[in-house]
Write a protein that binds this ligand. Sequence first.
Ligand SMILES: Cc1cc2nc3c(=O)[nH]c(=O)nc-3n(C[C@H](O)[C@H](O)[C@H](O)COP(=O)(O)OP(=O)(O)OC[C@H]3O[C@@H](n4cnc5c(N)ncnc54)[C@H](O)[C@@H]3O)c2cc1C
Length: 508
Amino acid sequence: MPTQLYLHDVVIAGAGPVGLFLACELRLAGCSVLVLEQAPDPYSPLKALPFGLRGLSIPSIESLDRRDLLDAIKDRALGSGAPAAPHWMQRPRRPGGHFAGIQFFHDQVDSAAWPYRLPGPVGSVASDMASIETVLATRATAIGAELKRGHSVDAFEQSNDEVTVRAGPETFRARWLVGCDGARSIVRKTADIAFVGTDPEFTGYSAQVELAGPDLLEPGRHYTPLGMYTYAPPGTIAMIDFDGGAFHRRRPVTRDHIEAMLRKISGKDVRLTALKLATTWTDRACQASDYRKRRVLLAGDAAHIHSPLGGQGLNLGLGDAMNLGWKLAATIRGDAPPGLLDSYTLERHPQGARILDWSRAQVALMRPSPGSRALAAVLGDLIERRDGATYFAERVWGVGLRYDLGGDHPLVGRSMPDFELADGKRVNEHLRRARGLLLDFDACASRQMLIAHWGDRIAYAANHTENRLGLSAVLVRPDGIVAWASDSPIDDEKLAQATMRWFGEPTG
Ligand SMILES: Cc1cc2nc3c(=O)[nH]c(=O)nc-3n(C[C@H](O)[C@H](O)[C@H](O)COP(=O)(O)OP(=O)(O)OC[C@H]3O[C@@H](n4cnc5c(N)ncnc54)[C@H](O)[C@@H]3O)c2cc1C
């Protein structure tokens, strides 16, 4: 008789940052999780500094803080030499970020544009891929996720009830399969989900080199008639060659090739004495037409790719994981309201499409044409203005994130403000267990009784804070997004409806 394989709730293909964060989310919600990762060893020089440097946006910072992962990532990143903030924030006049290399500055940003954001640090936290993955893998396995490295998902089949996943000679069973297996996702291809978008215009190069005569290159970012390069002494180079993406992955990246490219793009007589490390990338921008096919879901680069200009891909993927985790867990537990899992694509697909267009717009500004340089000059003027800087800050920092959830309160669909509460905790600390939260500033007994009907799915906190921004009560989803909010007086009927919409039928 054949051995009956253990049925996992979820198999995740890929232990990159997105797969690992999703594993944490699902384990917090009590699901059994197996992560299959093709690489036998997580180490890669491309994940360490300088190439592994990643800027975390506000939604990522908030998500990681809500799960008590942020401090560990920051501490570990600092230990590995990552700056506390990205390099562009470490200047005398504090830059807030950039669009195609055109900077905006903190002192120009009008934070009054975001009435539901509490005063406090805004911008970005810098970390490196190695630190992020190490912290997430440590947490995921500590709370019971199984992680098998050296297991490449090759194929799967799905029935109405489960998915059978093959990795080499081994077979695994799961109720659900999530492809977090990166840009060339086998899961996406096998599920036959279309990947729709635009072809690349360039090959991008990141290289660590030793230069003969380093003084020939000026540090910083430079647009030239043939492309763009950046130079950070002593030997970190990034370049863009508008070759239609022809070089990427088709030919080996040799010292001679990098030297020839650098000479061509910079127009300088530079020579390389050594090539230590190099990788290429493109601006191909594609998105999965749907993030779900029956029992198979996609998240992270498996669902969307775009150029790394402006550094948004990881942030987009972490946002996918935070949005998907609690919805999939509720579906597995059987208490999800109708349509909850499909709201994952409905909410996240538009976010992905916005980021793809954001990266395409940057490419258009970087083309080595007089028209693009002229357009960049116009944009440079606009970004210097207060409303211009505020617009770019909102997009780059991610503070404008709002899901279209309906509802008549302006906070619905936005990230919950992290109030300091009278119990000495911040709101984010109340979200550590990845449950819903009703924060009741008026401490109303009937409301507490109402929410008690959803049992452990929603925590109730009667609390107050110095400035509650006019709010009486707020219902927060496990991902920290506001599902319902009210200034007084509160309509308990509407609260009950919103609770059922996101948390299903009451059980108590
Ligand atoms: C040069 C560069 C700079 C960047 N800078 C930024 C930045 O500043 N900010 C930002 O937000 N983003 C940035 N990005 C993008 C960011 O790195 C990616 O979006 C992010 O790594 C995606 O995470 P992921 O987990 O979805 O995929 P990946 O990190 O690609 O992880 C996928 C994992 O799946 C595994 N895998 C693949 N196939 C299989 C299989 N068949 N079976 C099992 N496992 C499999 C892989 O080995 C890998 O471990 C940058 C990217 C580049 C190239």
